[in-house]
Write a protein that binds this ligand. Structure first.
Ligand SMILES: [Zn+2]
Length: 303
């Protein structure tokens, strides 16, 4: 008999550059939160084996009395959630990776795998800015851009579990070439790497420069914010939501990115419905929390 009030799960959020993980209770409290850089193989792919060992070590170090029941993993890309396989994750260099099997074999715990934008939406619905919202679009701005539509706490699923592939939505037909094979994709203009490429420095440093009044840095954020705003106008038109909830590392760049985006929406969203673009309450932990929610749900289903 499981007692979910007493048990913890591991929430693991695999980002483009960092792993975030910790123990999560059924009430959404986070214990032993850690952030580690993702190691890359010689081929430049995210090193799954070092990730597995990092989590194994984390579990070995746990000295608490509460039972650790399972692991929920949030990862970018197209996921087969039934099989726990990452079918493609361009930013990690993964294709058909049996993520669940690799983790279960090493850790001896049941593992649930969920796309990062879906996890972010679930995390915010249960523990963040999405509480009491019957429908909202969650947009994750980081190394890539993901989106997920949350309706009454359930995530809209496309055929074959496909997500809302907002980052690879073409904005400029003849724009910058993208790793996906298309050109002019949104995330070539708004993601962390896109901003770094334009500013010649890490997006965090670029944000600091903008804060110190660097006109070039501010212009880069302004341009990216306008492109983001246009993409969000399309989202408001397409999905019939009034709330867009923005998370991910880049959502932390404050007014420099989000204000131009909101200004564009005000100018270009013509349906005259009320709308709001709000920040995730847990921008850095929403994915981990949502992965934990999925792990708890799977535990309940298994009884
Ligand atoms: Zn693309």
């Amino acid at each position: 008999m499981i007692n979910l009030d007493q048990e913890l799960v591991v929430g693991l959020d695999i980002g483009g550059t960092q792993l975030k993980f910790g123990f999560v209770s059924g009430q959404g409290e986070v214990l032993n939160f850690k952030v580690k850089p993702i190691e890359r193989t010689d081929e430049g792919n995210a090193d799954i084996h070092s990730m597995v060992e990092t989590i194994a070590h984390f579990l070995q170090e746990y000295k608490g009395s509460r039972k650790i029941s399972s692991l929920g993993v949030s990862t970018p890309g197209v996921i087969d959630t039934d099989q726990g396989i990452v079918k493609t994750a361009v930013n990690l260099g993964w294709g058909n990776l049996p993520l669940r099997r690799l983790l279960e074999e090493r850790l001896g715990l049941p593992v649930s795998v969920i796309n990062d934008a879906e996890a972010g939406a679930l995390g915010e619905y249960h523990f963040g800015s999405g509480r009491h919202k019957d429908r909202f679009l969650f947009v994750s701005l980081g190394t890539g851009i993901g989106a997920s539509l949350c309706i009454d706490g359930r995530i809209y699923k496309g055929r074959d579990n496909t997500i809302i592939n907002l980052g690879h939505n073409c904005i400029f037909p003849n724009g910058r070439p993208c790793e996906c094979g298309n050109r002019g994709c949104l995330e070539k203009y708004v993601s962390g790497p896109a901003l770094s490429a334009q500013g010649g420095k890490d997006a965090v440093l670029l944000y600091e420069a903008a804060g110190q009044g660097d006109a070039n840095a501010r212009q880069i954020f302004q341009d990216a914010g306008q492109v983001l705003g246009m993409a969000l106008v399309s989202c408001l038109n397409l999905f019939g939501v009034d709330t867009i909830l923005v998370g991910g590392g880049l959502s932390q760049s404050g007014p420099y990115l989000m204000e131009p985006a909101r200004k564009i929406i005000g100018e270009r969203y013509k349906l005259k419905r009320d709308w709001e673009v709000i920040l995730a309450a847990n921008p850095l932990k929403a994915g981990m929390l949502g992965a934990a929610v999925m792990a708890f749900n799977d535990l309940k289903e298994r009884g």
